[in-house]
Design a protein around this ligand. Sequence first.
Ligand code: ADP
Ligand code: ZN
Ligand code: ZN
Length: 734
Amino acid sequence: MTQSRSVLRVAVLAPLRGLFDYLPPLECSPADYAVGMRVRVPFGRSTRVGVVLRCGARPSVAEERLKPVLEVLDDGRPLPADLLDLVEWAADYYHHPLGDAFATALPAALRAGRRRAEPGGYRWRLTCAGSAVDASAFARAPRQAALLRLLNGHLQGMASDAPVFPRGALATLRRLEAKGWVERRPDDPYVTAEPAQDPPLPLNPAQRCAVAAVLGSEGFGAFLLEGVTGSGKTEVYLHLVSDALSRGRQALVLLPEIGLTHQTVERFRKRLGVRVAVLHSALAERERLRAWCAARDGDAQVVIGTRSAVFVPMPRPGIFIVDEEHDLSFKQQDGFRYSGRDLAVMRARQAGVPVVLGSATPSLESLHNALRGRYQRLHLPERAGGARHPTVRVLDVRRQTLDSGLSQTLIEEIAHALSRGEQVLLFLNRRGYAPALLCHECGWVAACARCDALLTVHRRERRLRCHHCAAEQPLPAQCPACGGLDLQAAGQGTERLEQTLQERFPGRRVLRIDRDTTRRKHAFRDLLDQVHTGDADILVGTQMLAKGHHFPMVTLVGIVDADRGLFSADFRALERMAQLILQVAGRAGRAEKRGQVLIQTHHPEHPLLSPLITEGYAHFAEAALRERTQAGLPPDTSLALIRAEASGSELPRLFLEEAAAVGREMLPQGLHLFGPVPAPMERRAGRYRAQLLVQAARRSDLQRFLQAWVPRLDLVEKARRVRWSLDVDPMDLM
Ligand code: ADP
Ligand code: ZN
Ligand code: ZN
């Protein structure tokens, strides 16, 4: 009698719903396989990597038709249970194929099915002699100079496969090695620890209160730590992390992409004196794997990372921290659209430990959770170290003559600050020279051929660029419609502002910081260095300037155009603008000098802008929450958005109409379907886009509906002819 062999149910790393059954690998005993193991399986005509999720399942098809697993990877070492639980929960919540959720959650090396996931390799590092070399003396060997400079910024050395090494770097590095300026070091398998150098600061009363509240929580507890920039939130995190470490636990700290800087990591490392694993998008795959393994094995006590670090396994988690929790970068915007912040809360719940969400400008979602009693609110009302809040003033620019968007008052205040030897920061969230080019003779405007959008003028590079797709073209000398020569750049971008200021304040150094001026590696850091050494008088920038950086010499902040966020198709635009304004304002006067913030607007009496300015973010947020509730919008309701796109304009709408018809048949009370409607920018990069919105008063009802509805969408006839995706808790409706 043949004994029925137990069947393995596998999440195959592919964007397909459902699990797949396999027989155990040949010549294996049941002791050789278990839940969580990575395996290679036959799939169609090729093979795929998968993760075993159930053992001993009853087969869903006749056993004769099942194929055996080809091999067990990692010598049978399973993925940790906390990771499996989290990914399964997340795939379920976001209604995303489980295999693809694993593909997102795992480092690429594990995804690719390397037999054994072990980091190896070596690092390049400057020798003492190399650090003493003056790279700028190498005009004739620019590649060598560039690499010396690069390594100079990474004193721990850089992994040989780091993506920032330019093509052909190896030959140059060998040449430098022959000169004795750089050396190869075997890769330290873990992120090295240095003994703690910085003593902890004595906490002020508000910080003490916050720390005590978190430490006093038994098991899981979610805390919303509200404190303006500079109020000492990071100091609170450091105390909490250090407490977890003292109990032999690990800590996970999530930061927005732009907030994860060398300085932040160094601050943790120097204070805590433990192994810190760092995870962000610019890492080489091997470095990522190394950090992942170090966390999994408990060798890295602290993990600091961006969104995807929420999936790093840790055997002994003690605390989870999400800084700048309102930041949009925590939500993945394609593929598996998860929120790293929300998953961090879920993970803390699963682990039974506290989670702290920190921000100067909390998201309305988190405030809502706090008002409902799900999160406990903690406040840090004052700036730590004695710096005072800046004063905020609205400049009503109606009927004023503006010079490239600058009012007379703002220009005078800039002149005053400069004459006192202080720095000025001007915020304009629009890069390029001007957002439009038009013909003064016939009215033609330069539009993108592939998007419903205008082209932006980039004057220095003499290009027209679309900021929504990769399209670009040379700046025309005459109008393509009428041949006229009077082409005018309309509106302001940072490049134009920079030029105007340069003309207005000759002899002053104007630095522009936006995506265009920071494209080169390390350009951002170089620019920041110039700001800090006082080598700049006026900073002009986009939201890159708003986040995480300290500019102690800036005393005047000007918000050049507050009006853009006031009227937008996206209901979150206002919240975002308020957050940006406050984040930028937080840059001013951090040291002993009091800062001033001037906000230019045509709508000084806007019902939400004025509470923001006169009474602060908390009042703004309350008013905004009331408005959302009246409109039936999140966080008072829950949303899911189905987006569809195709190269023709009809198909997305037809697919969504069918999807809506299926949905309406099964729609329970309290749920609403809106649409389909064209996306706010219907055509983008040559594809037409439409969307369908599901709104529910209760999250659990939405979940139950999606559970039933989403699998049926795959069966809708047009589903194969469009590209469609589901976004649960969408962060924008664009
Ligand atoms: P945030 O994270 O809220 O921006 P930080 O923790 O970075 O604030 O603190 C801002 C500044 O104040 C830092 O320079 C920090 O060293 C200092 N600081 C924080 N807490 C204290 C304290 N209790 N006593 C003195 N200085 C402090
Ligand atoms: Zn014309
Ligand atoms: Zn375009």
